[in-house]
Design a binder for this molecule. Structure first.
Ligand code: ATP
Length: 445
């Protein structure tokens, strides 16, 4: 294989080699912009989602959790504006039939112009002028494929929260201000060249909608901006690679009063991976109008009635996982040899430790297995007895495993083992009876 010389290529091949992410349906040639998470990737994404859920739902008394269905009444998407407006301007090549976003950087010159070349087949003047294309996936509900049976795969999780606003309010007995949080799949028929898991057609969102009294929305908007940044820094992401981008008037979505993206400096440039939006009362008012069901809040203390404003924090779980992977990716020089290491924060690392017998004899494998069995009940750990110890360390460095536990000759004498730290490469000798406490201590945070 030729050497992969850009970071995204290197990360993509590492992700495949170590079992983080695979292309969907790879044996059939793959499915464009759809990815599967392998044994390590599913753990990484789960750790991110669990951390988000803990900080949003468990640690706050004013936020409730929800898991709404992906399929929703088609009127939801009329009310939300997605049927009419969830569109991207696209350009078709009449020659090779490829389709591009009108802002595709590979397009040199205005599409529709006789001198503009198609970036794939290279023909001049074959590109159509931009046309609007709806990004929602359509399908049919029930046995008959007719217009009346059309439903959509949700393009965002937020609408499931709005239509359940009253259900949650009433059943949880919350009072405004309060929020509803949800993690779930969303689908967009994106037309775009890859960038790995950055922009995919099926992805997961971690969204929280915070319902507030109109007039207090500005203050809550700032509150949630600060909270989200704090949370991201808690993932260990380098501060200098994060920045805010406030939407200008021309960028603001039709429903938004104010919006900020949190951007990360990916190897391919600064890009959004989370948004904080002041959605005003747009969504609840629209659902009230379209459903005919009152979605007002009644303040029992003052008898005031109002449709709440919504501050939304909307993050992609996959894009956040990509941020975490890009930020963790390092190439070190260890005694003249290149080492690739993913420096995940230990709490996010898919595997917390790997257990190695130094050699496969003299009682070492038996002791190592015993230790592995004891640790498995507490942490996600891995057992590896294949190849030289150096190679086993390197494999775990690429997996981002923070600790390597080696059972050596001394272990069989006095019950101690060495624990190698992935980042400092320092080795501690630890009594195997103390190993669980030792790891728990180091893994906190
Ligand atoms: P973009 O401009 O990149 O298309 P967006 O502004 O449409 O994104 P939102 O609708 O605000 O994105 O969605 C919130 C979050 O959901 C994004 O910040 C991103 O993390 C995630 N997201 C949106 N679309 C995708 C996608 N196609 N693939 C992966 N994640 C996505």
């Amino acid at each position: 294989m030729p050497p992969a010389d850009n970071v995204m290529e290197k990360l993509g091949s590492l992700a495949k080699r170590r079992g983080f992410v695979f292309q969907s349906s790879e044996i059939y040639g793959g499915l464009g912009s759809v990815w599967d998470y392998g044994p390590l990737g599913v753990e990484l994404k789960k750790n991110i989602k669990e951390r988000w859920w803990r900080s949003m739902v468990h640690e706050r008394e004013d936020i409730e959790g929800l898991d709404a269905a992906i399929l929703m009444h088609p009127k939801v998407w009329e009310a939300s504006g997605h049927v009419a407006g969830f569109t991207d301007p696209l350009v078709d090549c009449k020659q090779c039939k490829n389709r591009f976003r009108a802002d595709d950087p590979r397009l040199k010159g205005p599409p529709g112009d006789p001198n503009t070349k198609c970036p794939v087949c290279g023909n001049k003047g074959t590109l159509t002028a931009p046309r609007m294309f709806n990004l929602m996936f359509k399908t049919f509900m029930g046995p008959v494929e007719e217009q009346a049976a059309v439903i959509y795969l949700r393009p965002e999780t937020a609408q499931g929260i709005y239509v359940n606003y009253l259900n949650v309010l009433q059943s949880s007995r919350q009072k405004i201000p309060f929020g509803i949080a949800q993690i779930g799949k969303a689908f967009r028929n994106e037309i775009t060249p890859g960038n790995f898991i950055f922009r995919t057609r099926e992805f997961e969102q971690m969204e929280m909608q915070f319902f507030v009294k109109p007039g207090s929305d500005g203050e809550w908007f700032e509150f949630w901006r600060a909270e989200r940044l704090k949370w991201l820094q808690g993932l260990g992401i380098r501060a200098e690679r994060l920045r805010w981008h406030q939407h200008g008037k021309d960028e603001l979505a039709h429903y938004a009063k104010d919006a900020y993206d949190i951007e990360y400096e990916f190897p391919f440039g600064w890009q959004e991976f989370e948004g904080i939006h002041n959605r005003t009362d747009f969504d609840l008012s629209r659902h009230q109008e379209h459903s005919g069901k009152k979605l007002e809040y009644v303040d029992t203390a003052t008898n005031e009635r109002f449709v709440p404003y919504v501050i939304e924090t909307s993050a992609g779980a996959d894009r956040t996982a990509l941020v975490v992977m890009c930020d963790a990716y390092h190439e070190d020089d260890v005694e003249g040899e290149k080492r690739v290491v993913l420096r995940f924060r230990p709490s996010l690392a898919p595997l917390k430790a790997a257990v190695f017998p130094l050699v496969n004899k003299d009682g070492m494998p038996e002791l190592a297995r015993k230790l592995y069995d004891a640790l498995r009940g507490q942490f996600n750990v891995f057992y590896d007895d294949g190849g030289s110890i150096g190679r086993r360390y390197r494999r775990q460095d690429e997996a981002g495993t923070p600790f390597g536990i080696t059972v050596d000759g001394q272990s069989t004498q006095d019950g101690t083992v060495t624990v190698r730290d992935r980042d400092t490469l320092k080795q501690d000798r630890v009594d195997s009876g103390r190993l669980v406490d030792y790891l728990r201590d180091k893994l906190a945070g």
